[in-house]
Design a binder for this molecule. Structure first.
Ligand code: SAM
Ligand code: F3S
Length: 480
């Protein structure tokens, strides 16, 4: 039995890619009559992979310092395979093996499916292998079927990004937007549902840029009218079909972009009850001046208009977002506008960070007069305001029944169960409940990010409304 250690940096996309790396290596081992399992201990691994991220910070340096630590392991065990994947690999390529000659393979986000072949080539040639090309969607055709662990699963529907925000490296490291085949996505989701998955999260850098040819056939399950004039399905159509798959009870997605938030997608919230009442919609800043410098392609008013229309068709919708503070040239007035937007929308959670200049991006050459302490103080104010909103929303849920999807044991107390509400809150409760069941839980207490709940037990329970307590969310978090 071979052992694999993977260290993952960065976002959910990277977590997903790491799972796929484990899947392809496990499959390749099986094909050779062997097995490969994951280990948490690098010192007992036969293969060590770093799946890197370069969106923020000095990621390159972090990777090299981690590599320095495993160098000794390679010295002790020359057959150990060391690989570097992800966005740093994509940016640095052969520079990695030059600086760290004990690295055996370097591969990008779009070539992870070639990992077994790269490792084999390393073995037969005796030379390190580097493949950071963008062979478009080939990756999806070469991945083994997803392995299921629990009631929820991620499904990648598109790769890359073509938006070129002035601060971001992703279009350079992951390539342009490419959508996965329509039937391919539906087949994967149906396969997951058949294995007990009840909730899928559709993944991509900009899922609402999704556009893929719809198969034209006599197959009555595919409705030709759902395609656009070019015969392609958009994201709203994909959602509609995913929601139709038997066994799938909830559909989430991340990340969407405000620029492509079409009326059809807004309308999907009116038509598709399986689409959850939680949306992660990155805004980045509340100042039009900064949004323009970031090349985001929308104004604050346009963003708020999307939120207003969404909440008109889906009362109680909770929103999380991405925010960058301290973008070059951000004034106190720009920052105040961001704080105002946080109040207006009532964001429930955020991935918020201080701007980090990324080599090769246009913003990296902009003059930046704001000092580090001011940027950190702004970040703290942003996060405090969002935590306050989150607590207000949680408090409003106390005293009502909420439907949760039971995911397993509670994280802190494994004697308890944990379920997730439609609006993405963890509820811990005592009692029996099967993983994958959708049950109504009385919410009895609230922290900012988790709730306490109780099974309705022997007394009659009011049926859970999907957003009990949150119908007038504007009154709870702010007028948008
Ligand atoms: N597709 C998403 C969108 O619509 O904005 C974003 C995906 S991006 C990989 C994830 C987040 O990383 C961004 O939303 C942004 O907040 C953050 N990010 C990207 N580049 C950054 C930088 N140079 N400094 C700080 N944060 C950054
Ligand atoms: Fe990055 Fe902007 Fe795309 S933040 S991932 S370039 S939408």
């Amino acid at each position: 039995m071979k052992k694999l250690y993977i260290k993952t940096f960065g976002c959910q996309m990277n977590e997903y890619d790491s799972d796929k790396m484990a899947d392809v290596l496990a499959q390749a081992s099986l094909d050779h009559g062997d097995t490969m399992v994951k280990t948490e201990r690098p010192e007992e691994a036969d293969v060590i992979l770093f799946n890197t991220c370069s969106v923020r910070e000095k990621a390159q340096e972090k990777v090299f310092s981690d590599l320095g630590r495993v160098k000794e392991l390679k010295r002790a065990n020359p057959s150990l395979v060391i690989g570097v994947g992800g966005c740093v690999a994509s940016q640095e390529g052969a520079a990695i093996t030059k600086r760290a000659p004990y690295v055996d393979v370097v591969f990008g986000p779009q070539t992870l499916h070639r990992l077994p072949a790269l490792i084999e080539a390393r073995r037969t040639t005796g030379r390190p292998q580097v493949d950071i090309s963008f062979p478009e969607i080939e990756k999806f055709d070469h991945l083994p079927p997803a392995t299921v662990d629990g009631a929820t699963a991620f499904v990648s529907i598109m790769e890359g990004c073509s938006k070129y925000c002035s601060f971001c490296v992703v279009p350079y490291t992951r390539g342009e937007e490419v959508s996965r085949g329509f039937e391919d996505v539906l087949t994967e989701v149906a396969g997951l549902a058949a294995q007990g998955v009840r909730e899928v999260t559709l993944l991509g850098q900009n899922v609402n840029a999704y556009a893929a040819p719809m198969p034209r056939s006599d197959d009555a399950t595919i409705d030709d009218d759902a395609a656009d004039d070019d015969g392609r399905a958009d994201f709203a159509t994909l959602l509609e079909y995913v929601c139709e798959i038997p066994g799938i009870e909830r559909v989430r997605y991340t990340t969407s972009h405000p620029k492509e938030f079409t009326p059809r997608l807004i309308d999907a919230y009116a038509r598709l009850p399986k689409l959850v009442s939680h949306l992660h919609l990155p805004v980045q800043s509340g100042s039009d001046r900064i949004l323009m410098a970031m090349k985001r392609g929308y104004t604050v008013l346009e963003y708020k208009s999307i939120v207003r229309r969404l909440r008109a068709v889906r009362p109680g919708l909770c929103l999380s977002t991405d925010l960058i503070v301290g973008f070059p040239g951000e004034t106190e007035a720009d920052f105040d506008a961001t704080m105002k937007l946080i109040d207006d929308v009532g964001f429930d959670a955020s991935y918020s960070f201080v701007y980090s200049p990324r080599p090769g991006t246009p913003a990296a050459s902009l003059p930046d007069a704001v000092d580090a302490a001011t940027k950190l103080a702004r970040l703290r104010r942003v996060q405090d305001a969002i935590d306050t909103n989150a607590k207000r929303i949680s408090d409003a849920m106390v005293g009502s029944p909420h439907r949760v999807l039971v995911e397993g044991a509670a994280r802190r107390n494994t004697g308890e169960r944990m379920g997730r509400t439609d609006n993405n809150r963890v509820v811990n409760f005592v009692g029996r409940a099967a993983v994958g069941s959708l049950i109504d839980i009385d919410v009895t207490g609230a922290n900012a990010h988790t709730l306490r709940g109780a099974l309705p037990a022997d007394r009659p329970s009011r049926p859970a409304a999907s957003h009990a307590g949150l119908e007038g969310i504007e009154a709870i978090v702010g007028p948008c």
